[in-house]
Design a protein around this ligand. Structure first.
Ligand code: UD1
Ligand code: CA
Length: 453
């Protein structure tokens, strides 16, 4: 449909009581203003300009080059904020949609509907409104006898009659760009707060004979502004419900979804089951027919089909189809675990490749290693990958059998088909198909107990 979106995000957000500007606090793994930017784009914005001010550099760094920025060095009100994007507004070929960096729950559908409404009515300005049980703090929509919007009065500037109005200004608007340029040029800060109010543009346009209207949004959740951390949590719960429902509608079973936290931008295949108290962070992809068991944390993990993960943590690593992980396994960054692998209880793997069919069933640490196919690790194997100064790699070929309680003092290369006796501390490479025993021979001192006396 095409429009330009201006996102106001210069405010400090005092009530967050934070070192960070409000708009980069996150809901479901994504910054508040990034939600608004993404939604604008989904709704059809072909240009997006975010107005930054308080800790502008931090906001810009966090967001990267996903949109243009304009700087509002001093915060002199919402009208003043929009003025900072005047060049963008002047060069816009279509409507300007004004949004707020701290209202993250608005949907692309509502923005689209508001723009369509604005066009269908032939308005020059349209304000997105909502009807609230308690309108305290909001700007009130004052309508005339004909039902048309006359003006917006801020709570602080409202008289007793106006304070009774329960239709409020969401803070989101659609403007014809030329009319907005004109109205901004007429704004004055003559009000209770001594600020330039974007809301005053409506009265200015009406006086100039333009058509203004109100588009009432049906779901009040969409206009929730975030001012403190209680509201941040409320918004996150609503967003979480939306995300979980989206996955469930796509064919994912989620048990007790209130306890399951899935961030934005996660992919999950059909017939996968997500159990209670699971956390799935951004960038994670889960295939089909998987079971992600209770208490698991997946962060940037790529999990292929038919994998079951029981109460385990997987970070920035890939796990192949049919592999079993856990309970209580910890797969740290930069691992590639193959197909039909078993990573059992109390196993930690870091920066390693484990090829198909290998079994690491219990109590084992594998770091900085390349492990072949069908290797069997006995309980309690440890790669000693760190000498106190440097890290070294351990390479183990296909079809090896590693006895219980083996230590690999890396760097070590083990050839294909090698066997290692239990309790060995391996300090030298092992040729293929050999048996390595690296422990002292057992001595039995008979009748020792009696002789001791
Ligand atoms: C504004 C509206 C009010 C509406 C409410 C909805 C005005 C005058 N009032 O009031 O009618 O009901 O939003 O939430 O617009 N900002 C800047 N620079 C500034 C001032 C604000 O970027 O100089 C940004 C803030 O960071 C925020 C947004 O604009 O994202 C709204 O500002 P805020 O001060 O919260 O406006 P309200 O007083 O809530
Ligand atoms: Ca506000």
């Amino acid at each position: 449909m095409g429009f330009t979106s201006i996102i106001m995000a210069a405010g400090m957000g005092t009530r967050m009581k934070s070192k960070m500007p409000k708009v980069i606090h996150k809901v479901c793994g994504k910054e508040l203003c990034r939600w608004v930017i993404d939604v604008s784009r989904d709704a059809g914005a072909d240009k997006i300009c975010t107005i930054v001010g308080h800790k502008a550099d931090m906001v810009k760094e966090m967001l990267g080059d996903i949109c243009e920025f304009a700087l509002q060095a001093e915060q002199k009100g919402t009208g003043h904020a929009v003025m900072q994007a005047i060049d963008v507004i002047k060069s816009a070929k279509n409507e300007i949609v004004i949004l707020n960096g701290d209202i993250p729950l608005v949907t692309a559908e509502s923005i689209k509907n508001a723009v369509e409404y604005h066009r269908a009515c032939g308005n020059q300005a349209t304000v997105i409104t909502a009807v609230m049980d308690d309108a305290t703090g909001y700007g009130r929509i004052v309508r005339g006898a004909d039902g048309g919007v006359k003006k917006i009065v801020e709570h602080k500037d409202a008289n007793e009659e106006e304070k009774k109005i329960n239709e409020i200004n969401s803070g989101m608007y659609v403007f014809d760009s030329g009319e907005l340029v004109y109205a901004l040029s007429k704004l004055t800060p003559n009000n209770a707060q001594g600020e330039y109010y974007i809301t005053d543009t409506l009265e200015i346009l009406l006086e100039a004979g333009k058509k203004i209207g109100g588009y009432a949004i049906s779901d009040n959740d969409e206009i929730r502004g975030i001012n403190d951390r209680v509201q941040l949590d409320e918004a996150e719960q609503i967003m979480q419900k939306r995300i979980n429902e989206m996955h469930m509608r796509n064919g994912v079973t989620i048990h007790n979804p209130e306890s399951v936290f899935i961030e934005d931008g996660v992919e999950i295949g059909s017939d996968t089951e997500i159990c209670q108290n699971v956390i799935v962070k951004s960038g994670t992809k889960i295939g089909s027919d998987c079971i992600i068991g209770s208490g698991s944390v997946l962060d940037g993990a790529v999990i292929h089909d038919r994998v079951d993960v029981l109460s385990s943590v997987i970070i920035q690593s890939e796990v192949g189809s049919g592999t079993h992980v856990g309970p209580f396994a910890y797969i740290r960054p930069n691992c590639k675990v193959g197909e039909d692998v078993k990573v059992g209880d109390f196993v930690e793997i870091k920066n390693s490749e484990i090829d198909d069919g290998t079994k690491i069933s219990h109590l084992t640490y594998i770091g900085d290693s390349d492990v072949g196919k069908r290797v069997n690790f006995g309980c309690g194997t440890v790669t000693c990958n760190y000498d106190g100064k440097k890290k070294y790699r351990t390479t183990i070929g296909d079809d090896c059998f590693v006895g219980c309680n083996t230590n690999f003092v890396s760097p070590i290369n083990v050839g294909d088909g090698a066997y290692i006796a239990a309790g060995s501390t391996i300090t030298e490479d092992i040729p293929a198909n050999s048996l390595s025993v690296a422990r002292s021979r057992q001595v039995n001192k008979e009748d020792w107990k009696d002789k001791r006396k």
